[in-house]
Design a protein. Structure first.
Lengths: 408, 224
């Protein structure tokens, strides 16, 4: 699983810093212990020397024992050496005076040293924790500041849509050379992609435009031929087939041109449209136009529903949805048109579509083989809906096709 | 009736002039701006069919010239551009109608005739067709003064066929004509047949002779 840059950074700090600090603490503890042992020994030795010197100078007056300080035992023998118990450290040495041996033991309290050790260790622990916290916090803050141009660039790219002809703007001076380079490179890349995309669209538009004239010529010649005196049933049949193919080509070309022009943003003007009127008017027409086929139409249109969009495009959207509902129907089927403030829902009876319903709105993706349609009608619907943006949905259940346009 | 067709594509120009000449129109054709300008200056036409994109200038300039000169020639614009803006601009320049390419010749013919009717009959227009009479201002159809009740689509269909009487009109041309949206996305021609059938039945019930003929599968012809 991926983590954010900051998470990773913090995590590595939190993994390694405590280990380093732990090692440092152990080291410090050992050093401190060594120093304390040395100090204790020095102090015991000093006491030993002082006590013995004082005793040697005046053996009668100086007491043999002072509790917690020293003890002199005449005539005793033994190894020299230091021993530690819980509360006391002692140093025993044998001295000689006038041929007699004395065993002198000096004491110091070990408690203070232990307390000192604990206090120093505790302070060190607190300092280390504070240090760790401040390093993590400073690091987070700093890296957020440091990586800000990167995140700015990222959100700018995320918001960039090649279909909207808006230029991407990235800061050219971020203060960090690497980020400047990144932005430059990205802008170059996007400019190139953008140019290729626009050329492609322009080409489609020009090609569709140029196709209009020959299509118009073919159509007019077919219409003239149809009037000709030499027409017989055989040639009429051929002419009919030419005419049909030419009509399909014209319609397809018209739709392609329209799609490209929508993509090229050539329908920018927005108006408040009373969509209730539009749906009623077109609905009435289709109802009447297809009534002879026995298709039952039911409408439930809330009056006064308005949306903001381009009027020409919305008419195409409504028209294509309605047309779709009647064409992909069954004999003696039904169409149900509902409009309210939030959505336009068009339902119709019909056989299930072949293939993936998710691709229904793709270009040239037809539900079934049908030479009456261009395969672009619903692609246009989606393309138009995306402009505003309206949500387009499709559901098929038990012989009901339901297409919904939800106004945002 | 005198017609001028201004269209830069010779083949299309030829189709249009030929189509109109078959209907006793006096029809001239020019294919560039200067020729068009000369003709417009010299002769008054009843109707001018004007392509926007011309070599040597724009059809809109010609239109502007016509209207500034207070010439009353009816103008129908033909354009490969079908955006609403172009349409509105054309009409604002003083065009009477606007048709986008590719178009059907019967549709162009119907538009021309409608324009001429508006221009010369001042509203109380009627199409007499023997025993049948279509009263355009009242939107009614009479057979020997007996009214025939027709639905909106059937009425429009009859008017379209009658306007193009004695000519073959394809199902596609009919479907596009019947569609009353501005979206240029007419429903398919496959159901024209059933409307023709209904229309014929209703006319026959009132004792009208068989006037609508099917021409092989190519289309229909209103024979008078």
């Amino acid at each position: 699983m991926s983590q954010s840059l900051q998470q990773r950074n913090t995590r590595s700090l939190l993994t390694w810093l405590p280990l380093v600090m732990l090692a440092g603490s152990v080291f410090l503890y050992l050093i401190l212990m060594g120093h304390i042992r040395h100090m204790k020994h020095q102090q015991l030795q000093l006491k030993q020397d002082n006590a013995w010197r004082a005793f040697a100078r005046d053996t009668l007056r100086v007491p043999l024992k002072l509790a917690g300080e020293y003890e002199i035992v005449p005539g005793a023998m033994g190894e020299d050496g230091a021993t530690d118990s819980a509360n006391l450290s002692r140093l025993a040495q044998t001295h000689e005076l006038d041929g007699r041996s004395y065993r002198v033991t000096t004491y110091i309290s070990a408690k203070e040293y232990r307390h000192l050790l604990i206090k120093v260790s505790l302070s060190e622990a607190i300092i280390f924790v504070l240090l760790l916290l401040s390093i993590v916090i400073i690091n987070r803050f700093e890296s957020r500041r440091l990586w800000k141009p990167f995140y700015d660039t990222m959100s700018a790219i995320r918001g960039y849509d090649i279909r909207q002809s808006k230029r991407l703007s990235l800061g050219s001076t971020t203060g960090v050379r690497e980020f400047d380079r990144l932005n430059e490179t990205l802008l170059e890349l996007i400019d190139n992609v953008d140019r290729a995309y626009r050329d492609q669209k322009q080409f489609t538009e020009n090609a569709s435009h140029e196709l209009q004239t020959p299509l118009a010529i073919i159509r007019s010649k077919v219409e003239l031929l149809a009037e000709g005196p030499g027409l017989n049933e055989d040639s009429a049949q051929l002419l009919q087939e030419i005419a049909e193919a030419n009509e399909r080509l014209s319609q397809m070309n018209k739709n392609l041109l329209l799609l490209t022009r929508i993509e090229n943003g050539q329908f920018p003007d927005m108006q408040t449209i009373e969509i209730s009127d539009l749906v009623r008017r077109l609905g009435d027409f289709f109802k009447e136009y297809y009534a002879n086929e026995g298709v039952q139409t039911k409408t439930d249109i809330v009056a006064g529903v308005t949306i903001r969009a381009n009027p020409a495009l919305i008419e195409i959207l409504v028209n294509n949805l309605l047309r779709n509902a009647y064409i992909h129907n069954i004999p003696a089927g039904w169409v149900d048109v509902r409009l309210n403030q939030t959505a336009l829902v068009i339902e119709n009876s019909g056989p299930a579509i072949e293939g993936d319903p998710g691709q229904l709105f793709d270009r040239f993706r037809k539900g079934r083989v049908d030479n009456r349609t261009t395969g672009l009608g619903l692609a246009l619907v989606r393309q138009i809906a995306q402009l505003y943006p309206f949500d387009v949905g499709y559901i098929y259940r038990d012989g009901r096709h339901q297409l919904t346009v939800t106004f945002a | 009736m005198k017609l001028l067709v201004i269209e830069d594509e010779p083949s299309l120009l030829n189709s249009i002039t030929r189509y109109f000449r078959q209907e006793q129109f006096v029809c001239e054709g020019v294919s560039n701006f200067t020729d068009a300008l000369r003709r417009i200056e010299d002769i008054a036409y009843d109707c001018i069919i004007l392509d926007i994109n011309l070599p040597g200038g724009s059809g809109l300039q010609l239109l502007q010239y016509l209207r500034e000169d207070r010439k009353k020639d009816g103008v129908i614009i033909l354009s490969a551009r079908d955006s609403l803006d172009d349409k509105i601009m054309g009409l604002n320049y003083g065009a009477d109608d606007y048709l986008t390419k590719p178009f059907h010749l019967p549709e162009l013919s119907a538009r021309v005739k409608a324009l001429l009717r508006r221009k010369y009959n001042e509203g109380n227009a009627a199409i007499p067709l023997g025993e049948l009479r279509i009263d355009l201002s009242a939107r009614s159809v009479l057979i020997r003064d007996q009214p025939v009740a027709l639905g909106r689509i059937e009425y429009n269909l009859l008017v379209f066929l009658a306007t193009n009487k004695n000519r073959v009109v394809s199902q596609q041309a009919i479907a596009e004509h019947l569609y009353d949206g501005a979206a240029d996305q007419a429903p398919g021609p496959e159901f024209v047949y059933s409307h023709i059938k209904n229309l014929k039945r209703k006319l026959k019930e009132k004792g009208c002779p068989e006037m609508i003929q099917s021409v092989y599968g190519l289309g229909y012809k209103f024979v008078v």
